[in-house]
Design a protein around this ligand. Structure first.
Ligand SMILES: NC(=O)c1ccc[n+]([C@@H]2O[C@H](COP(=O)([O-])OP(=O)(O)OC[C@H]3O[C@@H](n4cnc5c(N)ncnc54)[C@H](OP(=O)(O)O)[C@@H]3O)[C@@H](O)[C@H]2O)c1
Length: 231
């Protein structure tokens, strides 16, 4: 199901999605493939990655989607998106570190610690994503995004994303790039300040999980009000 916005321009950046076989990564891959971007799924499992590529190719006519191990995917990506569980966030970044220099790394990680995922449990430093920026140094522009949108919402191309996502990062241009990439897949995204502010987005996910549980919902989200006053 290709949208009218499906682009054919060859200057579109290649998006590498590490953990692209998972719920969040495969849903983002589907949406960006549908918007005409070239996608490289990063995975430890050729079998799982083949299945994801097959599914995207069925849903999106002329999808440009392939897979590699995480390091080669990161090498091939102009932009790299990290979509692995918190427990493997740091080790996955270590694996691909050599390929990240000069790139934007979009980190979707929420520091959930099962089984109490409805309780905010941030690392001592405050933010899991800010820790990755500290680890990588300024040569990698880490941007935190997509923490507060549920995978199943993204995974349905016919569904409108009825929530905002907060985009945090120390480099304003890198944030703007991510906001445009989000807009290309129908996700309203908002500049939310420096990478330290990712703490708020990461914490909000547990709040939303708690709200989903209490009100028997699947996809509670947040909306920033007052944006229509933007000058
Ligand atoms: N699911 C959501 O609705 C949602 C919403 C907002 C943010 N997030 C965040 O997005 C990230 C991914 O969430 P998810 O639900 O997509 O996770 P997931 O489905 O559990 O896992 C994603 C992928 O990570 C890889 N992975 C798993 N364990 C790993 C390990 N030990 N080392 C390296 N790679 C490993 C696997 O890929 P391979 O086996 O193919 O390598 C897996 O398919 C998380 O940080 C989560 O907090 C998720």
């Amino acid at each position: 199901m290709a949208s009218e916005s499906q682009a054919s321009e060859s200057h579109q950046p290649v998006i590498a999605i590490l953990g692209g076989t998972g719920a969040q990564g495969s849903a983002l891959a589907l949406r960006w493939a549908n918007a005409g971007y070239s996608i490289v799924i990063g995975s430890r499992s050729p079998q799982k990655a083949t299945e994801v590529c097959k599914r995207i190719s069925i849903e999106v006519e002329n999808a440009n989607v392939s897979y590699e191990n995480n390091l080669v995917a990161a090498e091939k990506g102009d932009l790299v998106v990290l979509c692995v569980p918190y427990a493997s966030q740091r080790s996955t970044v270590e694996t691909v570190r050599a390929a990240l220099d000069g790139k934007v790394l979009i980190d979707t990680t929420v520091p959930l610690i099962p089984p109490k995922v409805a309780r905010v449990q941030l690392p001592d430093s405050g933010s899991a994503v800010a820790e990755i920026q500290s680890m990588l140094g300024d040569s990698v522009k880490v941007v935190s995004a997509f923490q507060n949108v549920a995978a199943h919402v993204l995974d349905d191309l016919s569904s409108t994303v009825d929530c905002d996502v907060l985009v945090c990062g120390n480099d304003i241009e890198a944030r703007e790039t991510v906001i445009k990439l989000a807009a290309a897949i129908g996700v309203p995204a908002i500049h939310a300040g420096s990478i330290a502010n990712s703490t708020a987005a990461e914490a909000l996910t547990s709040v939303l999980i708690s709200i989903n549980s209490r009100y028997k919902l699947r996809g509670a989200g947040i909306r920033i009000t007052g944006m229509d006053e933007e000058k």
